[in-house]
Design a protein around this ligand. Structure first.
Ligand code: SAH
Length: 444
Protein backbone atom coordinates (compact mmCIF):
# COMPACT_ATOMS: atom_id res chain seq x y z
CA UNK A 1 0.00 0.00 0.00
CA UNK A 2 1.03 3.56 -0.62
CA UNK A 3 1.45 6.10 2.19
CA UNK A 4 -0.61 9.13 1.24
CA UNK A 5 -0.37 11.44 4.25
CA UNK A 6 0.90 11.78 7.80
CA UNK A 7 -1.37 11.84 10.85
CA UNK A 8 -1.14 14.45 13.60
CA UNK A 9 0.77 11.89 15.67
CA UNK A 10 3.35 11.45 12.91
CA UNK A 11 2.20 8.06 11.56
CA UNK A 12 1.94 7.47 7.83
CA UNK A 13 -1.60 6.94 6.57
CA UNK A 14 -2.51 4.58 3.73
CA UNK A 15 -5.94 3.53 2.43
CA UNK A 16 -6.88 -0.09 2.15
CA UNK A 17 -10.42 -1.18 1.20
CA UNK A 18 -11.53 2.40 1.85
CA UNK A 19 -10.20 2.24 5.40
CA UNK A 20 -7.37 4.31 6.93
CA UNK A 21 -4.32 2.30 7.92
CA UNK A 22 -1.80 3.99 10.21
CA UNK A 23 1.79 2.85 9.85
CA UNK A 24 4.45 4.48 12.03
CA UNK A 25 7.84 5.53 10.65
CA UNK A 26 6.76 5.72 7.06
CA UNK A 27 6.95 8.65 4.67
CA UNK A 28 4.53 10.07 2.12
CA UNK A 29 5.18 8.18 -1.14
CA UNK A 30 6.46 4.98 0.51
CA UNK A 31 5.09 1.87 -1.15
CA UNK A 32 5.05 -0.77 1.56
CA UNK A 33 3.79 -4.12 2.65
CA UNK A 34 2.34 -3.69 6.13
CA UNK A 35 1.61 -6.21 8.80
CA UNK A 36 -1.71 -5.28 10.43
CA UNK A 37 -1.43 -5.38 14.23
CA UNK A 38 -4.77 -3.83 15.12
CA UNK A 39 -8.03 -3.79 13.15
CA UNK A 40 -10.85 -1.54 14.36
CA UNK A 41 -14.17 -0.86 12.62
CA UNK A 42 -13.01 2.55 11.39
CA UNK A 43 -9.26 2.19 11.04
CA UNK A 44 -6.34 -0.21 11.29
CA UNK A 45 -2.80 0.02 12.58
CA UNK A 46 0.08 -1.67 10.80
CA UNK A 47 3.84 -1.94 11.02
CA UNK A 48 6.23 -2.01 8.08
CA UNK A 49 6.93 -5.52 6.84
CA UNK A 50 8.74 -4.50 3.70
CA UNK A 51 9.40 -1.27 1.87
CA UNK A 52 8.81 -2.01 -1.82
CA UNK A 53 9.69 1.47 -2.99
CA UNK A 54 10.92 4.15 -0.59
CA UNK A 55 9.61 7.72 -0.65
CA UNK A 56 11.90 10.37 -2.12
CA UNK A 57 11.69 12.17 1.25
CA UNK A 58 13.54 9.39 3.05
CA UNK A 59 17.02 9.93 4.46
CA UNK A 60 19.44 7.68 6.31
CA UNK A 61 18.55 7.74 10.02
CA UNK A 62 21.47 8.84 12.21
CA UNK A 63 20.25 7.72 15.62
CA UNK A 64 20.63 4.33 17.24
CA UNK A 65 17.46 4.48 19.35
CA UNK A 66 15.02 5.89 16.77
CA UNK A 67 12.16 4.97 16.62
CA UNK A 68 12.29 2.84 19.77
CA UNK A 69 12.72 5.73 22.18
CA UNK A 70 9.57 7.56 21.11
CA UNK A 71 11.06 11.07 21.21
CA UNK A 72 11.48 11.77 17.48
CA UNK A 73 8.92 11.13 14.75
CA UNK A 74 10.80 12.38 11.70
CA UNK A 75 14.40 11.19 11.80
CA UNK A 76 13.82 9.14 8.65
CA UNK A 77 12.76 12.02 6.36
CA UNK A 78 14.52 15.18 5.22
CA UNK A 79 14.07 18.30 7.34
CA UNK A 80 12.53 20.07 4.34
CA UNK A 81 9.77 17.50 4.07
CA UNK A 82 9.27 17.57 7.83
CA UNK A 83 8.66 21.33 7.65
CA UNK A 84 6.24 20.87 4.73
CA UNK A 85 4.43 18.28 6.79
CA UNK A 86 4.18 20.57 9.82
CA UNK A 87 2.87 23.42 7.72
CA UNK A 88 0.32 21.12 6.12
CA UNK A 89 -0.83 19.92 9.52
CA UNK A 90 -1.48 23.48 10.75
CA UNK A 91 -3.25 24.36 7.49
CA UNK A 92 -5.34 21.23 7.78
CA UNK A 93 -6.39 22.11 11.34
CA UNK A 94 -7.52 25.57 10.22
CA UNK A 95 -9.41 24.09 7.25
CA UNK A 96 -11.00 21.08 8.86
CA UNK A 97 -11.33 21.80 12.58
CA UNK A 98 -11.67 25.59 12.49
CA UNK A 99 -13.45 25.75 9.13
CA UNK A 100 -11.51 28.96 8.70
CA UNK A 101 -10.15 30.34 5.51
CA UNK A 102 -6.60 31.14 6.60
CA UNK A 103 -3.37 31.11 4.67
CA UNK A 104 -0.09 30.49 6.44
CA UNK A 105 2.23 33.41 5.82
CA UNK A 106 5.47 31.85 6.88
CA UNK A 107 7.03 28.60 8.05
CA UNK A 108 10.17 29.23 10.06
CA UNK A 109 12.46 26.22 10.24
CA UNK A 110 15.32 25.83 12.68
CA UNK A 111 18.97 26.28 11.83
CA UNK A 112 19.87 23.64 14.38
CA UNK A 113 17.96 20.38 14.16
CA UNK A 114 20.16 18.44 16.61
CA UNK A 115 21.01 19.25 20.22
CA UNK A 116 18.65 22.20 20.30
CA UNK A 117 16.84 21.31 23.53
CA UNK A 118 17.68 22.87 26.89
CA UNK A 119 15.66 20.50 29.04
CA UNK A 120 15.37 16.74 29.54
CA UNK A 121 13.39 14.57 31.91
CA UNK A 122 14.75 11.03 31.91
CA UNK A 123 12.74 8.28 33.56
CA UNK A 124 14.77 5.91 35.71
CA UNK A 125 13.90 2.24 36.14
CA UNK A 126 15.13 -1.31 36.32
CA UNK A 127 15.23 -3.65 33.36
CA UNK A 128 13.78 -7.16 33.58
CA UNK A 129 17.10 -8.50 34.78
CA UNK A 130 17.48 -5.78 37.36
CA UNK A 131 19.87 -3.44 35.53
CA UNK A 132 19.56 0.29 36.03
CA UNK A 133 18.06 1.97 32.96
CA UNK A 134 17.90 5.70 32.26
CA UNK A 135 16.46 6.99 29.02
CA UNK A 136 13.08 7.63 27.48
CA UNK A 137 9.72 5.93 27.42
CA UNK A 138 9.13 3.86 24.30
CA UNK A 139 6.12 4.99 22.24
CA UNK A 140 2.79 4.54 24.04
CA UNK A 141 4.37 2.59 26.86
CA UNK A 142 6.11 2.94 30.17
CA UNK A 143 8.99 0.74 29.10
CA UNK A 144 12.22 2.68 29.38
CA UNK A 145 14.47 2.65 26.37
CA UNK A 146 18.00 2.96 27.78
CA UNK A 147 20.01 5.67 26.11
CA UNK A 148 21.94 8.45 27.70
CA UNK A 149 22.88 10.33 24.56
CA UNK A 150 19.85 11.80 22.87
CA UNK A 151 20.65 13.72 19.67
CA UNK A 152 18.21 16.45 20.65
CA UNK A 153 19.89 17.19 23.98
CA UNK A 154 23.16 18.99 24.78
CA UNK A 155 26.04 16.50 24.78
CA UNK A 156 26.96 17.32 28.37
CA UNK A 157 23.64 15.92 29.65
CA UNK A 158 24.92 12.43 28.79
CA UNK A 159 28.03 12.76 30.97
CA UNK A 160 25.92 14.07 33.87
CA UNK A 161 23.64 11.05 33.56
CA UNK A 162 26.64 8.73 33.71
CA UNK A 163 27.81 10.49 36.89
CA UNK A 164 24.38 10.16 38.48
CA UNK A 165 24.29 6.50 37.48
CA UNK A 166 27.58 5.95 39.33
CA UNK A 167 26.20 7.66 42.42
CA UNK A 168 22.99 5.61 42.28
CA UNK A 169 24.97 2.38 42.14
CA UNK A 170 27.58 3.23 44.77
CA UNK A 171 25.05 4.79 47.16
CA UNK A 172 22.54 1.97 46.64
CA UNK A 173 19.75 4.38 45.84
CA UNK A 174 16.50 2.48 45.36
CA UNK A 175 14.66 2.90 42.08
CA UNK A 176 10.97 3.75 41.92
CA UNK A 177 8.66 1.02 40.70
CA UNK A 178 5.50 2.27 39.00
CA UNK A 179 3.48 -0.80 39.89
CA UNK A 180 4.17 -0.96 43.61
CA UNK A 181 4.86 2.74 44.13
CA UNK A 182 7.98 1.75 46.13
CA UNK A 183 11.52 3.03 45.67
CA UNK A 184 13.14 6.46 45.72
CA UNK A 185 14.43 7.74 42.38
CA UNK A 186 11.88 8.39 39.61
CA UNK A 187 13.30 10.85 37.09
CA UNK A 188 16.40 12.86 36.35
CA UNK A 189 15.55 16.35 35.21
CA UNK A 190 18.26 18.58 33.68
CA UNK A 191 18.00 22.10 32.34
CA UNK A 192 20.56 24.34 30.71
CA UNK A 193 20.51 28.09 30.20
CA UNK A 194 22.04 28.36 26.76
CA UNK A 195 23.19 31.99 26.94
CA UNK A 196 25.02 31.65 30.27
CA UNK A 197 25.83 27.93 30.12
CA UNK A 198 24.35 27.42 33.60
CA UNK A 199 23.02 23.95 34.36
CA UNK A 200 20.37 22.76 36.81
CA UNK A 201 20.17 19.13 37.89
CA UNK A 202 17.06 18.00 39.68
CA UNK A 203 16.36 14.47 40.88
CA UNK A 204 12.70 13.55 41.17
CA UNK A 205 12.34 11.35 44.24
CA UNK A 206 9.53 9.97 46.37
CA UNK A 207 11.10 11.35 49.54
CA UNK A 208 13.80 13.91 50.35
CA UNK A 209 15.56 11.26 52.45
CA UNK A 210 18.22 10.63 49.84
CA UNK A 211 21.49 8.94 50.88
CA UNK A 212 24.91 10.43 50.18
CA UNK A 213 23.67 13.82 48.99
CA UNK A 214 27.12 15.41 49.36
CA UNK A 215 28.67 12.76 47.15
CA UNK A 216 26.02 13.42 44.50
CA UNK A 217 26.70 17.16 44.49
CA UNK A 218 30.49 16.72 44.56
CA UNK A 219 30.37 14.27 41.67
CA UNK A 220 28.24 16.58 39.55
CA UNK A 221 30.47 19.58 40.23
CA UNK A 222 33.53 17.53 39.38
CA UNK A 223 31.92 16.48 36.12
CA UNK A 224 30.79 19.90 34.96
CA UNK A 225 31.84 23.31 36.23
CA UNK A 226 28.70 24.92 34.83
CA UNK A 227 26.44 23.23 37.37
CA UNK A 228 24.77 26.15 39.08
CA UNK A 229 22.24 24.31 41.20
CA UNK A 230 21.28 20.80 42.30
CA UNK A 231 17.83 20.03 43.68
CA UNK A 232 15.48 17.29 44.71
CA UNK A 233 11.88 17.41 43.60
CA UNK A 234 9.62 15.37 45.83
CA UNK A 235 6.85 13.47 44.07
CA UNK A 236 5.39 10.72 46.22
CA UNK A 237 2.18 10.37 44.21
CA UNK A 238 1.30 7.39 42.03
CA UNK A 239 0.87 9.49 38.93
CA UNK A 240 2.20 10.00 35.42
CA UNK A 241 2.97 13.63 36.17
CA UNK A 242 6.73 13.91 36.42
CA UNK A 243 7.13 16.70 38.96
CA UNK A 244 5.72 17.15 42.45
CA UNK A 245 5.07 20.55 44.04
CA UNK A 246 7.96 20.62 46.51
CA UNK A 247 11.63 21.21 45.77
CA UNK A 248 14.59 20.89 48.16
CA UNK A 249 17.76 22.67 47.13
CA UNK A 250 21.00 20.75 47.72
CA UNK A 251 23.40 23.15 46.07
CA UNK A 252 23.24 26.69 44.70
CA UNK A 253 20.16 28.89 44.74
CA UNK A 254 17.60 26.62 43.11
CA UNK A 255 17.55 28.33 39.75
CA UNK A 256 19.54 29.14 36.61
CA UNK A 257 19.48 32.32 34.55
CA UNK A 258 19.20 32.54 30.78
CA UNK A 259 18.91 35.48 28.40
CA UNK A 260 15.91 35.52 26.07
CA UNK A 261 15.07 38.34 23.67
CA UNK A 262 17.64 40.46 25.50
CA UNK A 263 16.02 39.93 28.90
CA UNK A 264 17.54 38.02 31.81
CA UNK A 265 15.25 35.14 32.66
CA UNK A 266 15.51 33.24 35.93
CA UNK A 267 14.17 29.72 35.62
CA UNK A 268 13.35 27.45 38.54
CA UNK A 269 12.39 23.78 38.22
CA UNK A 270 8.63 24.23 38.24
CA UNK A 271 8.46 27.14 35.79
CA UNK A 272 7.75 26.56 32.14
CA UNK A 273 10.48 27.68 29.77
CA UNK A 274 10.60 27.00 26.03
CA UNK A 275 12.99 24.13 25.26
CA UNK A 276 14.43 25.67 22.08
CA UNK A 277 15.80 29.09 22.93
CA UNK A 278 16.86 30.33 19.50
CA UNK A 279 13.57 29.39 17.85
CA UNK A 280 11.60 30.74 20.84
CA UNK A 281 13.30 34.10 20.31
CA UNK A 282 12.17 34.14 16.68
CA UNK A 283 8.66 33.15 17.70
CA UNK A 284 8.42 35.89 20.34
CA UNK A 285 9.80 38.46 17.90
CA UNK A 286 7.02 37.52 15.50
CA UNK A 287 4.47 37.73 18.33
CA UNK A 288 5.76 41.24 19.03
CA UNK A 289 5.38 42.21 15.37
CA UNK A 290 1.81 40.90 15.39
CA UNK A 291 1.13 42.86 18.61
CA UNK A 292 2.07 46.02 16.68
CA UNK A 293 2.81 48.06 19.81
CA UNK A 294 3.08 51.84 19.91
CA UNK A 295 4.03 52.35 23.56
CA UNK A 296 0.59 53.37 24.79
CA UNK A 297 -0.94 49.93 25.18
CA UNK A 298 -2.08 47.85 28.09
CA UNK A 299 -0.86 44.34 27.30
CA UNK A 300 -2.29 41.26 28.97
CA UNK A 301 -0.05 38.16 28.83
CA UNK A 302 -2.32 35.23 29.76
CA UNK A 303 -0.55 31.93 30.57
CA UNK A 304 2.65 33.94 31.08
CA UNK A 305 4.88 31.31 32.74
CA UNK A 306 8.03 33.05 34.01
CA UNK A 307 6.89 36.20 32.21
CA UNK A 308 8.97 35.69 29.07
CA UNK A 309 6.65 36.92 26.28
CA UNK A 310 5.28 39.91 28.17
CA UNK A 311 8.73 40.99 29.38
CA UNK A 312 10.10 40.73 25.85
CA UNK A 313 7.47 43.33 24.85
CA UNK A 314 7.50 45.43 28.05
CA UNK A 315 9.53 48.30 26.58
CA UNK A 316 6.87 48.72 23.91
CA UNK A 317 3.83 49.09 26.17
CA UNK A 318 2.48 51.42 28.83
CA UNK A 319 1.41 48.65 31.15
CA UNK A 320 1.90 44.88 31.29
CA UNK A 321 -0.25 42.38 33.18
CA UNK A 322 0.80 38.73 33.36
CA UNK A 323 -1.36 35.82 34.51
CA UNK A 324 -0.13 32.34 35.37
CA UNK A 325 -1.45 29.51 37.53
CA UNK A 326 1.85 28.04 38.82
CA UNK A 327 3.00 30.00 41.91
CA UNK A 328 6.74 29.34 41.38
CA UNK A 329 6.50 30.61 37.81
CA UNK A 330 4.86 33.84 39.01
CA UNK A 331 7.63 34.22 41.60
CA UNK A 332 10.15 33.87 38.76
CA UNK A 333 8.16 36.32 36.63
CA UNK A 334 8.23 38.97 39.38
CA UNK A 335 11.98 38.54 39.86
CA UNK A 336 12.50 38.59 36.09
CA UNK A 337 10.72 41.95 35.95
CA UNK A 338 13.03 43.23 38.69
CA UNK A 339 16.17 41.78 37.09
CA UNK A 340 15.39 43.71 33.92
CA UNK A 341 14.24 46.91 35.62
CA UNK A 342 10.71 46.50 34.28
CA UNK A 343 8.38 48.52 36.49
CA UNK A 344 5.16 48.88 34.51
CA UNK A 345 4.06 45.35 35.32
CA UNK A 346 1.65 43.42 37.50
CA UNK A 347 1.71 39.62 37.78
CA UNK A 348 -1.31 37.69 38.98
CA UNK A 349 -1.15 34.07 40.14
CA UNK A 350 -4.50 32.63 39.14
CA UNK A 351 -6.27 30.44 36.67
CA UNK A 352 -6.64 32.24 33.32
CA UNK A 353 -10.42 32.01 33.48
CA UNK A 354 -10.72 33.50 36.97
CA UNK A 355 -8.09 36.18 36.37
CA UNK A 356 -9.59 37.28 33.05
CA UNK A 357 -13.01 37.64 34.69
CA UNK A 358 -11.57 39.62 37.62
CA UNK A 359 -9.73 41.95 35.24
CA UNK A 360 -12.90 42.43 33.20
CA UNK A 361 -14.82 43.28 36.39
CA UNK A 362 -12.06 45.72 37.44
CA UNK A 363 -12.79 47.49 34.16
CA UNK A 364 -9.35 46.79 32.73
CA UNK A 365 -9.51 46.72 28.97
CA UNK A 366 -6.24 45.59 27.44
CA UNK A 367 -5.44 46.81 23.94
CA UNK A 368 -3.55 43.65 23.13
CA UNK A 369 -3.88 40.19 24.69
CA UNK A 370 -1.26 37.47 24.26
CA UNK A 371 -2.48 33.91 24.78
CA UNK A 372 -0.02 31.03 25.15
CA UNK A 373 -1.98 28.14 26.69
CA UNK A 374 -0.85 24.54 27.15
CA UNK A 375 -1.80 21.94 24.53
CA UNK A 376 -5.42 21.70 25.54
CA UNK A 377 -5.88 25.31 24.47
CA UNK A 378 -8.12 27.90 26.15
CA UNK A 379 -11.38 27.10 27.91
CA UNK A 380 -14.31 28.46 25.95
CA UNK A 381 -14.99 30.80 28.87
CA UNK A 382 -11.45 32.22 28.57
CA UNK A 383 -12.02 32.95 24.88
CA UNK A 384 -15.37 34.55 25.71
CA UNK A 385 -13.94 36.68 28.51
CA UNK A 386 -10.96 37.70 26.37
CA UNK A 387 -13.29 38.72 23.53
CA UNK A 388 -15.49 40.47 26.13
CA UNK A 389 -12.52 42.70 27.02
CA UNK A 390 -12.62 43.91 23.43
CA UNK A 391 -8.85 44.11 22.79
CA UNK A 392 -7.93 45.39 19.35
CA UNK A 393 -5.60 42.48 18.80
CA UNK A 394 -5.15 39.01 20.20
CA UNK A 395 -1.84 37.26 19.57
CA UNK A 396 -2.33 33.55 20.09
CA UNK A 397 0.80 31.38 20.48
CA UNK A 398 -0.03 27.69 20.38
CA UNK A 399 1.71 24.33 20.60
CA UNK A 400 -1.32 22.42 19.31
CA UNK A 401 -2.79 23.24 15.89
CA UNK A 402 -6.06 21.43 16.65
CA UNK A 403 -6.99 23.37 19.79
CA UNK A 404 -5.69 26.58 18.18
CA UNK A 405 -8.04 26.11 15.22
CA UNK A 406 -10.94 25.29 17.56
CA UNK A 407 -10.32 28.43 19.66
CA UNK A 408 -9.84 30.65 16.58
CA UNK A 409 -13.23 29.46 15.34
CA UNK A 410 -14.81 30.63 18.62
CA UNK A 411 -12.99 33.96 18.32
CA UNK A 412 -14.33 34.37 14.82
CA UNK A 413 -17.91 33.83 16.09
CA UNK A 414 -17.22 36.54 18.68
CA UNK A 415 -16.18 39.21 16.18
CA UNK A 416 -12.47 38.50 15.67
CA UNK A 417 -10.81 37.81 12.38
CA UNK A 418 -7.66 35.75 11.90
CA UNK A 419 -5.35 38.08 10.00
CA UNK A 420 -2.05 36.23 9.95
CA UNK A 421 -0.55 32.93 10.92
CA UNK A 422 3.04 31.74 11.03
CA UNK A 423 4.40 28.31 11.81
CA UNK A 424 7.59 27.97 13.88
CA UNK A 425 9.44 24.74 14.28
CA UNK A 426 10.67 24.70 17.86
CA UNK A 427 10.86 20.92 17.94
CA UNK A 428 12.75 19.61 14.89
CA UNK A 429 12.54 15.84 14.31
CA UNK A 430 9.58 15.50 16.69
CA UNK A 431 5.90 15.69 15.90
CA UNK A 432 5.41 18.99 17.74
CA UNK A 433 5.03 22.41 16.17
CA UNK A 434 4.27 25.98 17.28
CA UNK A 435 1.99 28.44 15.56
CA UNK A 436 1.41 32.13 16.17
CA UNK A 437 -1.76 33.79 15.00
CA UNK A 438 -2.88 37.40 14.86
CA UNK A 439 -6.58 38.00 15.48
CA UNK A 440 -8.03 41.49 15.05
CA UNK A 441 -11.35 42.91 16.15
CA UNK A 442 -13.46 42.92 13.03
CA UNK A 443 -15.35 46.18 13.83
CA UNK A 444 -12.28 48.43 13.72
N1 SAH B 1 4.15 32.14 27.90
C1 SAH B 1 5.07 31.34 28.65
C2 SAH B 1 4.49 30.01 29.13
C3 SAH B 1 3.71 29.22 28.12
S1 SAH B 1 3.34 27.55 28.58
C4 SAH B 1 6.33 31.12 27.85
O1 SAH B 1 6.35 31.33 26.64
O2 SAH B 1 7.35 30.74 28.43
C5 SAH B 1 1.75 27.65 29.23
C6 SAH B 1 1.70 28.18 30.66
O3 SAH B 1 0.32 28.18 31.05
C7 SAH B 1 2.44 27.33 31.68
O4 SAH B 1 3.31 28.16 32.41
C8 SAH B 1 1.33 26.78 32.58
O5 SAH B 1 1.71 26.65 33.92
C9 SAH B 1 0.25 27.83 32.42
N2 SAH B 1 -1.12 27.39 32.65
C10 SAH B 1 -1.67 26.18 32.40
N3 SAH B 1 -2.98 26.19 32.68
C11 SAH B 1 -3.29 27.43 33.09
C12 SAH B 1 -4.50 28.06 33.51
N4 SAH B 1 -5.63 27.41 33.54
N5 SAH B 1 -4.44 29.36 33.85
C13 SAH B 1 -3.27 30.07 33.81
N6 SAH B 1 -2.11 29.51 33.43
C14 SAH B 1 -2.11 28.22 33.08
Amino acid sequence: MKIQSISSEGSGVARFDGQAVFVANTAVGDDIIAHIIKAKPKYAVGIIKKIIKPSKDRIECDCGVFPRCGGCAYRHISYESELEEKKRRVQDAFDRIGKLNIGIDETVGAEKTDRYRNKAQYPVGLSQNGDLVIGFYSPRSHRICDGTDCRLQPEEFGSLLRRIKMWVLTSRVSIYDEQSGKGLLRHIYIRKAEATGEIMVCLVVTSAGVPNRERLVEGLLEENKNIKTVLLNVNAKKTNTVLGDECVCLYGDGYITDVLCGKKIRISPLSFYQVNRSQAQKLYEKARKYADLTGSETLLDLYCGAGTIGLSMSDGVRRLIGVEVVPQAIEDAKINAELNGVKNVRFICDDAKGAAKTLLQEGISPDVIVLDPPRKGCDREVVETVAGMKPERVVYVSCDPATLARDCAVFSQLGYEVKKAAVFDLFPRTVHVETVVLLSRADI
